[in-house]
Design a protein around this ligand. Structure first.
Ligand SMILES: O=C(CO)COP(=O)(O)O
Length: 214
């Protein structure tokens, strides 16, 4: 199981979360990455935790003010990137461009989508993984794996129908090890989560709780 902790733009201490995630990953068999804001990638990466960008733009170097370049986040220490997060949606052509840019920079890619139909569409673009995250459950208390198990199973089927080599992750409302295990039972091989760790009083304890049953 792979857990990506997306820090979004939450006012947490990215280094506190990164060091905790590094330690919990080291002492468990669980792969854990932290996805901070672009400005924090370098110092998060310096902790030794696996570091992902939250987004990259489709363009490369050039006259593109305000861009987040795949090359730049890779240079800063990111080894992967989310693309098309529900809070950072892109047009299909730009999702394709961002995946190609990430590939050129050597980044692993996870393209997010809202539902199984979109999962099939983005799986066709050849990312390493796709993640289904129903927007209405993001930031809530109920795990997608409990509230809508069918969406996870259908996302797994939709991706396999297009490209069996694309891993399928899920996210939204996941905050306990039981939620992670349930998602795994539904066929997800990874989890995206945010508030359960980024808004926790004790992020280390939250991470330990997530990996406990795995
Ligand atoms: O959007 C998410 C991860 O990318 C999920 O957010 P929550 O874990 O806060 O529901």
């Amino acid at each position: 199981m792979f857990i990506v902790v997306n820090l979004k733009a939450y006012p947490c201490d990215p280094i506190e979360v990164a060091t905790a995630a590094r330690d919990v990953a080291d002492t468990s068999d669980v792969r854990i990455a932290v996805s901070p804001q672009a400005a924090d990638i370098a110092r998060v990466s310096e902790t030794g935790v696996e570091t992902w960008a939250q987004h990259v733009d489709p363009n490369g170097y050039g006259s593109h003010t305000g861009s987040t370049l795949a090359e730049s986040v890779a240079e800063a220490g990111a080894v992967g990137t989310l693309v098309n997060h529900s809070e950072k949606r892109l047009k299909l052509a730009d999702i394709d461009g961002a995946v190609r840019a990430a590939e050129r920079a050597g980044l692993e890619t996870c393209v997010c989508a809202n539902n199984p139909a979109q999962i099939g569409a983005v799986a066709a673009l050849g990312p390493d993984s796709v993640a289904v995250e129903p927007p209405e459950l993001i930031g809530g208390d109920v795990s997608v794996a409990t509230a809508d198990p069918g969406i996870v199973e259908d996302a797994v089927a939709a991706a396999a129908n297009v490209d069996e080599s694309v891993d399928v992750y899920c996210g939204a409302g996941i905050s306990s090890g039981e939620d992670v295990a349930t998602a795994g039972d539904l066929g997800a091989t990874g989890i995206l989560l945010a508030s359960g760790v980024a808004k926790a009083d004790d992020p280390r304890a939250a991470l330990e709780n997530l990996v406990a049953p795995l």
